[in-house]
Design a binder for this molecule. Sequence first.
Ligand SMILES: Cc1cc2nc3c(=O)[nH]c(=O)nc-3n(C[C@H](O)[C@H](O)[C@H](O)COP(=O)(O)O)c2cc1C
Length: 390
Amino acid sequence: MQRRDFIIRSGTILTAAAFTGMFGKSNELLAPAYNSNENTSSKKRPDPNDFEQPVLKAIAIGINAPSPHNTQSWKFKILSDTSMYLYVNEHILLPATDPPARQIHIGAGCFIETLVIGAGTLAYNSMVTYFPEGYESAKDFGMKPVAKIELSKASAKADGLSPYINFRQTNRQEYNGPLISNSEFESLQQLSGKAHSNLIFINNNFQPYFNLFKTAFEIESNTFNTNEETRKLFRFSEQQRAETGDGLSIPQMGYHGIMKHLAENSLDNGNKEKWHSPKSIQLSVKHFEKCLLSSKAIVVWVSNSNTFEDWVKTGRDYVRFSLALTKQNFYAHPYNQAIQEYDEMKTAREELNNLLGIKGGEKIQMIVRVGRSSPSYFSYRRKLDTYLVK
Ligand SMILES: Cc1cc2nc3c(=O)[nH]c(=O)nc-3n(C[C@H](O)[C@H](O)[C@H](O)COP(=O)(O)O)c2cc1C
């Protein structure tokens, strides 16, 4: 059966002591070059070494990319040993929280950039042609490719961000240490290179943003359709996570050990009544707020227009910035609730636009909090053949 209804929401229903770190080693120590680590050696994600065709090896690296709530809405048509089409998967969209499928297409961009950087480690350059058959509206989702990707033998060295692909992760734990400074942000921008979208960096006067992000999270949690999408996306045990290879879960929220078990038990395998109860929502908001208050900076991506291409290219920006963060031992946690395009969010969306001085056709595409933390639980990916179409 195909999953249709997914959603964006972070947070969980219990508050707990800060997660102390499952893997215990610093990224610098672990990342001399692209190699297998906990992600692949534990079989949580496909291993590029298991494939012969260069294009499949590149895909196996590309799917380490982030995607809105780990939906992995990617379909690949293999054209040759070194070329492919990328589509979004029209059966895996987020209709309640992401009505235009904007974030889904950002996820497609995240895949492209991860593949392109990863292919460099296999000694391939990638040529990316956006929307080679045109792309006009939702009727093209899954029918027309978002991109054609062609690999050719490279002579140049791999991208300096490539060692971090396998270590990048969304980290929803509390952050610690000092604020991220302007000069730290500048070096992150330098490491990530030229971006398509404009980046806004905020490291003081957080309060109006915190208020808005919390309100937006409350709206999302109290809107039945969006909250229900999250429930359908949640995986309530390690067995479910391993079987589906996607979605969100308690450990992805930063819990481990006894707290993970308590939280998973309290969710009662996704019992609908408990999930939507005021008590669960209240606890979830409390957890959200605790992490929000630990933000050490906020980064916002704003595009000059709001086209399909803006979405995909912002996804590429986001991956580059996330890998730069990983290199510098920082983490990010997206807070996209306030920019989502459903009716209940309209007021919050407009308030945020005013606060950030967004003009005319500009669009906020992505918002994250940034900070330092210990590594968190690594999310699964699906088996590679599940993404392939004829
Ligand atoms: C476009 C986009 C939007 C996202 N929005 C949120 C969000 O609002 N809240 C959140 O907690 N995570 C968000 N995420 C992070 C995903 O949930 C995460 O990438 C996914 O679960 C896979 O985990 P990983 O990033 O650790 O590999 C977003 C990711 C993308 C690409």
